[in-house]
Write a new protein. Structure first.
Length: 256
């Protein structure tokens, strides 16, 4: 058996290693030059959002986020997230819905508690959508034509401030006195101040509603000072029907 010189074996081994290294170069170059996954495209043109509340939404403590597709192509909204600095958390809606060209939908979402220690700041609606061209995620600034968010925050923060002074309880039913033409109705409002503290408030008046008003005028002027530690008391509001027509009752919806 002929033995191959050691020098020749070493040269062959070096050639094999060099060949293996060269064969690995194209794969490395391909990996280094591979095109990265494209980032999600921006939202398609034509999507418009606004926020609002109807009377029944106020009672249910829900916010209406209206999404409209003004484009000529259908869009599927896979996720909606409403964010406002004055709310404790974002509002998520993850039930996909499709909007045909020119179609709109009103999405109702439960409202979390308000934050009263922050400025209003920007409000956004983030949408994740799918179209014939693919998927996209982007952010829109919703219109708020009736200042719904400011009204909601003001009401919540006023309630929080009042709660540091007293609990105000409305009755389930009107109290009535007399009979026939002398019969009168009264709303008894119970005011229970907190036991201690230095907080106070001034109750200037109670406004009328669509269906009820003061029997001697539109509103109830009170001018009452309430402070923590005061004894409990009842505010009597004599009432009269403001309107009795079917249109007013239907418009009120809440029976106030």
């Amino acid at each position: 058996m002929t033995r191959m010189p050691r020098v020749r074996l070493l040269r062959r081994r070096r050639r094999l290693l060099l060949l293996a290294a060269l064969l690995g170069v194209p794969a490395a170059l391909v990996a280094a030059c591979a095109t990265p996954e494209p980032a999600p495209a921006g939202l398609p043109d034509g999507l418009v959002t606004n926020i609002q509340q109807g009377r029944m939404d106020v009672e249910a403590r829900q916010l209406v986020v209206r999404v409209e597709n003004t484009s000529a192509a259908p869009v599927t909204v896979e996720r909606l997230t409403f964010t406002a600095p004055t709310l404790e958390r974002a509002l998520d809606y993850e039930d996909p819905f499709e909007l045909s060209a020119g179609e709109a939908i009103a999405i109702r979402i439960d409202i979390p508690a308000s934050r009263c220690d922050v400025p209003a700041g920007p409000v956004t609606v983030e949408l994740s959508v799918a179209t014939d061209d693919g998927t996209a995620t982007g952010t829109l600034t919703p219109d708020d034509p009736f200042d719904t968010l400011a009204r909601l925050n003001n009401a919540d923060c006023l309630a929080q401030s009042v709660a540091t002074v007293a609990e105000i309880t409305l009755p389930e039913h009107l109290r009535s006195t007399g009979s026939g033409p002398d019969r009168r109705a009264v709303i008894d409002v119970q005011v229970t101040p907190v036991a201690s503290g230095d907080a106070s408030m001034h109750i200037e008046q109670v406004a009328n509603t669509t269906l009820l008003s003061n029997e001697s005028g539109a509103e109830w002027p009170l001018d009452i000072e309430v402070a923590a530690g005061d004894p409990s008391f009842t505010i009597e509001l004599p009432v009269a029907p403001a309107r009795c027509d079917a249109h007013a009752i239907a418009d009120d919806k809440r029976g106030t």
